[in-house]
Design a protein around this ligand. Structure first.
Ligand code: HEM
Ligand SMILES: *[C@@H]1O[C@H](CO)[C@@H](O)[C@H](O)[C@H]1NC(C)=O
Ligand SMILES: *[C@@H]1O[C@H](CO)[C@@H](O)[C@H](O)[C@H]1NC(C)=O
Ligand SMILES: *[C@@H]1O[C@H](CO)[C@@H](O)[C@H](O)[C@H]1NC(C)=O
Ligand SMILES: *[C@@H]1O[C@H](CO)[C@@H](O)[C@H](O)[C@H]1NC(C)=O
Ligand SMILES: *[C@@H]1O[C@H](CO)[C@@H](O)[C@H](O)[C@H]1NC(C)=O
Length: 257
């Protein structure tokens, strides 16, 4: 009797220890040899083991699978960026996260958490740059499409004032809009229908999913279509005009940006 209680306890103990030890999606800070990108989304996926924690030799399929598993973002919303990302290096079918800092491939000026390439470090999170978003939508504890567009306008104004080499064409505006729609959509709290500042700030500052703070993975897949309404609000609030024209960029049989 005593023995079976003891063995039952030991089995229960080993199961719970296994669950902790083998939870491959816990957040772990990158080691000195791991590489990370200018993208808080990809970095978060790597920090939680949805992408290789090394940040190296990552395929397009790895990224598409990780985005569904970690954020419930569907392939259609990121596949163009993922494919273009392959051009950041020489390997035929994989990329390294740090190579994605290549200026004007996907990386662009007027970011919300990184400096412009011509102004310094365009790879790592910078709290001074991020303070525009951190302090946006004063008086309430959430961000929305209006505040996201206002942040984009302010970040572009800063780049235009300080960076004589700024690149600001329709391509950059489309990419920047999509990036803001991502943070608003992923961290939209189903309980309140808004995007808590706290979730977004943890994502940018720590490149961590705010699970301990109450975030849960979206139940509905985030797609290019699902982001259209908030992208319209963002674009309207950003009051954007181009600095240079760009040639039409063909990125798929039905998509020209
Ligand atoms: C998996 C879903 C993704 C999410 C949630 C996401 C989210 C974001 C966000 C919020 C930013 C803005 C950072 C800033 O302006 O400071 C960003 C930037 C960036 N993303 Fe992603 N992204 C995703 C997928 C991708 C993919 C597939 C690629 C290409 C392989 C990519 C490459 C980049 C790059 C290079 C930047 C830097 C742009 C810049 O600020 O200069 N991202 N991403
Ligand atoms: C990535 O691929 C290269 C070339 O095949 C290889 O030398 C390297 O060890 C790989 N790195 C990781 C972390 O898988
Ligand atoms: C702007 O670009 C030109 C040409 O690449 C370069 O010579 C110059 O140093 C750049 N200026 C700044 C402020 O980055
Ligand atoms: C952060 O960005 C600000 C504004 O561009 C810059 O002055 C500062 O040097 C940056 N800090 C680091 C550590 O790069
Ligand atoms: C975003 O939040 C601000 C502050 O509450 C509000 O004034 C604005 O109307 C909101 N925008 C949208 C699109 O709901
Ligand atoms: C957030 O979720 C609510 C419903 O829960 C929805 O009405 C709203 O459009 C969503 N916002 C974003 C940015 O996804």
């Amino acid at each position: 009797m005593a023995l079976s209680i003891l063995s039952g306890f030991l089995v229960a103990l080993s199961i719970s220890q296994c669950a902790a030890l083998y939870d491959s999606h816990e957040w772990i800070a990158p080691t000195a040899s791991d590489v990370r990108s200018p993208c808080p989304g990809l970095n978060t996926l790597a920090n939680h083991g949805y992408l290789p924690r090394s940040g190296m030799n990552i395929s397009v399929t790895d990224i598409l699978d990780a985005a569904v598993a970690g954020f419930n973002i569907g392939p259609d919303a990121i596949i163009q960026a993922a494919k273009v990302g392959l051009l950041s290096g020489d390997a035929p079918t994989t990329m390294n996260l740090d190579a994605l800092k290549l200026h004007n491939l996907v990386e662009h000026d007027a970011s919300i958490s990184r400096n412009d390439f011509a102004l310094g470090d365009n790879l790592h999170f910078n709290e001074t740059v991020f303070s525009t978003l951190a302090n946006a939508n004063p008086g309430v504890d959430f961000y929305n499409g209006t505040s996201a567009g206002q942040v984009m306008q302010a970040r572009l104004a800063d780049s235009l004032a300080r960076n004589v080499n700024v690149t600001n064409t329709h391509k950059e505006f489309a990419v920047r809009t999509r990036e803001s729609a991502f943070y608003l959509s992923i961290f939209n709290d189903t309980r309140t229908g808004v995007t808590p500042k706290n979730f977004v700030q943890i994502f940018f500052r720590e490149e961590r999913l705010p699970i301990a703070e109450g975030w849960t993975r979206p139940e509905t897949t985030i797609t290019a279509d699902s982001m259209v309404p908030v992208e319209r609000i963002i674009q309207s609030a950003a009051m954007w005009t181009a600095t240079q024209p760009c040639e039409p960029l063909v990125i798929g049989p039905t998509i020209t940006i």
